[in-house]
Design a protein around this ligand. Structure first.
Ligand code: SF4
Ligand code: MSK
Length: 625
């Protein structure tokens, strides 16, 4: 395949991105789009999942000429094993983030840190009650001790079920039981996937795929859900608030610090440190008017949801944010952080600081954050940023203008509060066909697509059809920049959705958080199913990840489908080399789980595909389509 150079306009739909792509060219900075060109065309064996490196009798490549690996594994086995390991990686990412949250809660409960506290006691008590932990007459820290122990137990091998299986509708639990995919423990399912995919273990593609579902269910209903619930307990449950999005949130006259990654444990302390009067005074001494903090990717989502901190951009904006030449420091925790940020930072004066021992970057400075020293380390990092301000080359600064306003903070708690504490208004609106259904659009950017073209257009098309859209992760920035996350966006919605959202004073597209916060959407789906006395798969719901790239996004897709939610992807994972695996994903799972995947790169056609599915589900409930 010939390599074609994309124009800047073809790379992204956004003015801020295009302006920075032009500047990157002038400044001689290479971006993900350039590197993609160097990597294209991709290896066909890898793209279709037909290469195996699981042992040293290989590596093997399965083809018509050589249909079996050295061990005898065929295309179906190789593809299923590769996919199993792929989603195990994604599940491990979310769930290890969840484990870090448990460690923080445990440290708070046992008095091992003064830097973190319980901000939402009511939520602590509510979750403890939900999980059968005694709360009556007990101190919050004692309850937190029991809750952290309960959560830790979800990662081990001694359980038959996860704590939050109490949220799963009975019909769904029975489906899992019948298929033998009830998740038992987060780490257990991930480790078992690695075991099964060793040479000479699980050599039945369908069986491996079922364990993929079990592994991802452990992520969705434990790893991610625990991360979300603990983050709310420690940092506050999000409620609606205004914020701003795009590169225009970077300020020319201030020290600019960007936080990037996923876990709020680091970034919440940075938020506090940037208001420290001594540090603000130091920034002024160095010639700045103040310290400006903005977020990237999911750490950005976390801070925005709880603190209203502005969002500089999503995955493909992370490199371009540095190209402004106005970023003193970028501080990261883990996941989705391109190693190229160090190199691009070196082209300007931008320092990159890593904080987690499990995510060091060669060339970055490491400032290890632990629960007992979070505040001191945050101040150290902010001071480092301030010291860089005088090094900024003002001749190389160019910041896109005009950040866009958006509303964030739609946790399930705040949604319920907006509806008077009950789901009844939403249920009635669904029954009346005013809200025909709901779709979660989640996930990433991928330089193979024009950035955010699919994310934005799918969202626009769905709300026109009276379908409520919930966004998380990197789709947030896309929807925000398109003006879809403000109440005025009801003008772009169909008449029914316009009426309901208008009455509630909410946008037709709701920002529900970061990638791990897709667990909020799982919980909402379960609440709706329980309210109607049906299974999740009976509801007019869908998930979509139009521009996904990561192992984590694939894990989210699998736990959505395994929970009964039809899920659209813009492109398939690397499974198309196996007809067994591909057919299972696109059809077979429907009869087993009541949901499957749909693949469609065109956002307008994808909207039709999802709409068809919602019609069928509405009819199944006896509602007009
Ligand atoms: Fe080849 Fe089998 Fe080894 Fe994979 S496990 S590399 S297919 S011999
Ligand atoms: S950060 S997984 S690029 S959404 Fe969660 Fe964004 Fe996708 Fe990472």
């Amino acid at each position: 395949m010939a390599r074609t150079k994309k124009t800047i306009e073809e790379k992204s739909i956004w003015d801020d991105a295009r302006q920075m792509l032009r500047k990157a060219e002038r400044d001689g900075v290479e971006t993900a789009w350039d590197r993609l060109e160097h990597q294209t065309p991709h290896c066909n064996f890898c793209e279709t999942g037909l290469s195996c490196r699981n042992c040293t009798m290989g590596p093997c490549r399965i083809s018509k000429k050589a249909p079996l690996g050295v061990c005898g594994a065929d295309a179906d086995v190789v593809v299923a094993r590769n996919f199993g390991r792929f989603v195990a990686g994604g599940s491990a990412g979310h769930s290890d983030h969840g484990r870090d949250c448990i460690e923080a809660l445990h440290a708070v409960a046992h008095g091992l840190t003064q830097d973190y506290t319980i901000k939402d006691e009511a939520k602590l008590i509510r979750i403890a009650n939900e999980l059968g932990i005694a709360t009556e007459g007990r101190q919050p820290l004692d309850i937190a001790k029991d809750l952290s122990a309960e959560f830790y137990a979800n990662y081990g091998s001694l359980r038959e079920e996860l704590s939050f299986s109490c949220r799963v509708p009975e019909k769904r639990k029975q489906i899992w039981k019948d298929l033998g995919i009830t998740p038992r423990g987060v780490d257990r399912e991930i480790a078992e996937m690695m075991h099964r995919t060793h040479m000479g273990c699980d050599n039945d593609a369908a069986n491996t795929m079922l364990h993929s579902a079990r592994t991802c269910l452990g992520d969705g209903w434990a790893g991610s859900m625990i991360a979300t619930e603990i983050s709310d307990i420690l940092f506050g449950t999000p409620s609606p608030r205004k914020s701003m999005v795009n590169l225009g949130v970077i300020k020319e006259d201030q020290v600019n610090i960007l936080v990037h990654g996923h876990n709020p444990i680091v970034s919440e302390k940075i938020v506090e440190a940037v208001s420290d009067p001594e540090l603000v005074a130091l920034a002024k001494e160095k010639g700045a008017t103040g310290i400006n903090l903005a977020g990237l990717c999911c750490t950005g989502n976390e801070l925005m949801m709880r603190q209203g901190i502005p969002l500089a951009g999503n995955h493909l904006m992370t490199e371009l944010a540095i190209v402004t030449g106005a970023v003193e420091l970028i501080v990261v925790d883990y996941q989705c952080i391109m190693p190229s940020l160090v190199t691009i930072g070196n082209c300007y004066h931008t320092k990159m600081v890593t904080t987690a021992d499990k995510a060091k970057f060669t060339g970055a400075e490491h400032v290890k954050f632990e629960v007992h020293n979070g505040m001191a380390q945050a101040k150290k990092v902010v001071r480092m940023a301030i010291e860089r301000f005088p090094l900024r080359n003002t001749n190389r600064v160019e910041i896109p203008q005009g950040p866009i306003e958006m509303i964030t903070g739609f946790s399930n708690e705040s949604l319920l509060a907006a509806m008077g504490g009950t789901l009844t208004p939403l249920v009635e609106a669904i029954k009346a066909g005013k809200v025909r259904g709901a779709v979660a659009i989640v996930g990433c950017n991928n330089p193979k697509y024009q950035q955010d073209h699919c994310n934005v257009n799918l969202t626009r098309e769905l709300i026109k059809k009276d379908i409520l859209v919930l966004v998380t992760g990197c789709v947030t920035s896309a929807a925000g920049k398109a003006g879809l996350l403000v109440p005025e966006a009801i003008e772009m919605a169909g008449p029914g959705l316009k009426e309901i959202c208008g009455a509630l004073g909410i946008p037709p597209v709701l920002h529900m958080g970061s990638c791990v916060d897709n667990a909020r959407i799982l919980q909402l789906a379960a609440l709706l199913a329980n309210e109607l006395g049906v299974d999740i798969s009976d509801l007019p719901l869908a998930g979509s990840s139009p521009e996904w790239y990561s192992e984590k996004a694939a894990a989210i897709g699998v736990y959505c489908v395994a929970s009964g939610i039809y899920t659209h992807l813009g492109h398939p994972p690397n499974i198309t080399g196996s007809s067994v695996v591909t057919n299972l994903a696109l059809e077979g799972l429907d009869s087993l789980l009541g949901a499957c995947f749909g693949i469609e790169p065109d956002p307008f056609k994808a909207a039709e595909l999802i709409d068809q599915r919602i019609k069928v589900k509405r009819q199944g409930l006896g509602l007009k389509p």
